[in-house]
Design a protein around this ligand. Structure first.
Ligand code: CTP
Length: 274
């Protein structure tokens, strides 16, 4: 429904909307903002792109109905000075595809993202940006209580800049390059997995060689029940992925697909495990 704000909040209209909901009809709630008549408020039609994103959920299997899922996505950025930093080529597409797939499966999704080069899905319960690893660690630890699942897709920098500068570094006239010292960042996934009552943890392993061997070792090292292995050459910064899902009971390799399809496979596997 889309209409003038006064019409929307009119008690007769609200009664009718309540009746539709009681009858089991899905109502895409109107958005808030400037209206054609010049007033401002609730009653705008949601953006077409948002409706196109949300509509297919109606036909998706509700494999995660009622579950709470926390996802990290994108790349972290570790500042060297106010304009420069250390980051990586993760685009956030896999994390967003998973957020969308979990939402479609009926989950309440919370998203913590770093630097991304893609859009954020509509209809998520909580969305928060945390650009560096420490901020992402804090955001995750604040939210993780009560979650059923934690999916750690973000490409988190293992190191931050120890001697980052609050002022922009100037080029040294003598030609001596600056020395960047590094310090270790917290491992977000391993920390969540070590909690007294952890959610079901899913990790990602982006590897450039010996993908499966490294991924198997990583799952055990991080102490997590499920890990998705992918080759950086096929996956990072791209719209496609070729994944292998590794769990305590076995491994399933999938052919190269777009990231939405890969996310749907991960959700299916996840639903069998929790
Ligand atoms: N991860 C994390 N916090 C970090 C580093 C990684 O939560 N500080 C998570 C990633 O989100 C991913 C998994 O751990 O789910 C594996 O990340 P990856 O970078 O492949 O592994 P590392 O633990 O950094 O190991 P290495 O760099 O030696 O491959």
């Amino acid at each position: 429904p889309a209409m003038n704000v006064e019409m929307w909040f009119n008690p007769a209209n609200q009664r009718n909307i309540a009746q539709l909901l009681a009858d089991g009809i899905t109502v895409f709630q109107p958005a808030e903002g400037e209206q054609a008549c010049g007033e401002t408020g609730v009653g705008r039609m949601p953006e077409a792109a948002e409706l196109a994103d949300l509509l297919p959920d109606m036909w998706a299997d509700k494999l995660l109905q009622g579950k709470k899922v926390l996802i990290t996505a994108g790349a972290t950025f570790e500042a060297i000075d106010p304009v420069r930093g250390i980051t990586n080529i993760s685009s956030g597409q896999m994390g967003m595809a998973l957020a969308r797939a979990c939402r479609a499966a009926g989950a309440e999704v919370s998203l913590v993202y770093g630097q991304i080069q893609t859009g954020i899905p509509a209809g998520l319960a909580h969305v928060e940006q945390a650009v560096n690893a420490e901020a992402m660690y804090r955001a995750v630890m604040n939210r993780v209580g009560g979650q059923d699942v934690f999916i750690s897709v973000a490409a988190v920098a293992d190191y931050k800049v120890k001697n980052s500068s609050t002022q922009k570094l100037k080029k040294n006239p003598a030609g001596t390059p600056p020395v960047i010292e590094l310090a270790e960042n917290p491992d977000i996934l391993a920390s969540v997995a070590k909690l007294a009552h952890p959610p079901f943890c899913v990790g990602f392993a982006a590897e450039s060689e010996n993908v499966i061997e490294h991924a198997r070792a990583k799952r055990l090292k991080k102490g997590i029940p499920m890990l998705v292995a992918n080759d950086v050459a096929t996956a990072m910064g791209k719209a496609v992925n070729r994944i292998t899902i590794i769990t305590e009971t076995g491994e399933t390799a999938f052919p190269e697909t777009d990231k939405n399809q890969a996310a749907a496979e991960i959700v299916k596997k996840l639903a069998q495990c929790i």
